[in-house]
Design a protein around this ligand. Structure first.
Ligand code: UD1
Length: 340
């Protein structure tokens, strides 16, 4: 079985590539190295004992992409990660986001749909906005996006749905991730944020490492038990497994609908303060933090109903929040030792 992974050296892509290789799949990995580096390849090899076939291809380059299909295909499946994901940057540079995330998607879809290659798309729970009912299931209404980044996920889903409808035999799964955190338990691969991290866990680990003076908890007057926002934090390894299970499902199950949506989360809502306590418990280290102003546009509470993916694919998260935070810390320590 040969799988094409776009953005295969990025945060989630590198974990999926590693797990695919360890599970016996051959992998062709594309990455333009914009937000990743080639040394990730060595790390993937160190963990899995195998190497993906790597091509430094940008998904915006349609001709190069077509060549990958001609020279390295056919593929049994495609997992598409290659996209930008920084919310704030997307507000400042919307066209950069629309060009990469939408043009890239259209290019890869045009190759995938003519070859009827099963397709897995990395979407986000951001499409739900602040849902009225919790936990959020896949039938919850979608809200207008609060950023161009979020909009590219919503639009991406629609583009894929339309493509599935028009191309008989082309099947896709849209995975709506909740909050991916953590790193491979080896500490060899993980998330390497560019500049100041925007997400909670990388900011927290950098603070504990002394790179940032203090973690700002964005607001503690929300309508939640401790006043801080609630999210569903999922270990990146569990998320990676969900991609492989989706692929197996697409390949095996003849009854699979042409375009299906699945939430990927743990089903547990965790507040910012609870996450800090869990980190302290897991590592024995203190997190210096202060309560600061709420962040504009933040959702108060979001956690997944995981019934559909559990029922359909028998997928279940295996890692605890503490294990996820411990792996994030192990990764941060590895980054620090490398920079010394
Ligand atoms: C963010 C993105 C979302 C994206 C998701 C991917 C925004 C507005 N949304 O979601 O589109 O799909 O990441 O993981 O950026 N927090 C702090 N201090 C910090 C950083 C975060 O208190 O320094 C809080 C936030 O207010 C939030 C929680 O931590 O309550 C999680 O924040 P974050 O990691 O940025 O994720 P999301 O906001 O859920």
């Amino acid at each position: 079985m040969k799988v094409l992974v776009t953005g295969g050296l990025g945060y989630i892509g590198s974990h999926v590539t590693t797990l695919l290789l360890s599970s016996g799949y051959a992998v062709v990995c594309l990455d333009n190295l914009d937000n990743s580096s080639e040394d990730v390849l060595e790390r993937i090899k160190a963990i899995s004992g195998k190497s993906p076939e790597f091509k430094a291809v940008d998904v915006r380059d349609k001709i190069a992409l077509q060549q990958v299909f001609t020279m390295h295909g056919p593929f049994d499946g495609i997992i598409h990660f290659a996209a930008y994901k920084a919310v704030e940057e997307s507000i400042k540079k919307p066209l950069k986001y629309y060009e990469n995330n939408i043009t890239g998607l259209i290019n890869i879809l045009s190759c995938a749909s003519v070859t009827n290659t099963p397709f897995i798309f990395s979407s986000s729970c951001t499409v739900y906005g602040q849902a009225k009912e919790l936990p959020i299931d896949e039938s919850a209404p979608l809200q207008p996006a609060v950023s161009p980044y979020g909009n590219t996920k919503k639009m991406g889903e629609e583009i894929i749905r339309d493509t599935c409808q028009s191309s008989k035999g082309f099947k896709a799964i849209l995975l709506r991730y909740f909050n991916p955190i953590g790193a491979h338990p080896s500490g060899k691969i993980g998330e390497k944020p560019k500049g100041v991290p925007q997400n909670l866990v990388p900011y927290l680990t950098q603070t504990v490492a002394g790179i940032r003076p203090i973690l700002n908890v964005f607001g503690n007057q929300y309508d939640t038990p401790d006043g801080t926002c609630i999210r569903d934090y999922i270990h990146v390894m569990d998320l990676a497994q969900a991609h492989i299970d989706s692929l197996v499902y697409l390949l095996k199950d003849m009854n699979v609908e042409s375009c299906e949506v699945f939430n990927v989360g743990t089903g547990n809502g965790v507040s910012v303060l609870e996450l800090i306590i869990a980190f302290e418990r897991a590592t024995g280290l203190k997190v210096p933090y202060t309560i600061s102003a709420p962040r504009a546009g933040d959702t108060v509470s979001a956690y997944a109903s995981t019934k559909k993916i559990t029922h359909t694919m028998k997928w279940k998260p295996k890692y605890t929040l503490e294990e996820a935070l411990l792996s994030a810390w192990k990764w941060e320590q590895q980054l620090i030792s490398k920079s010394k």
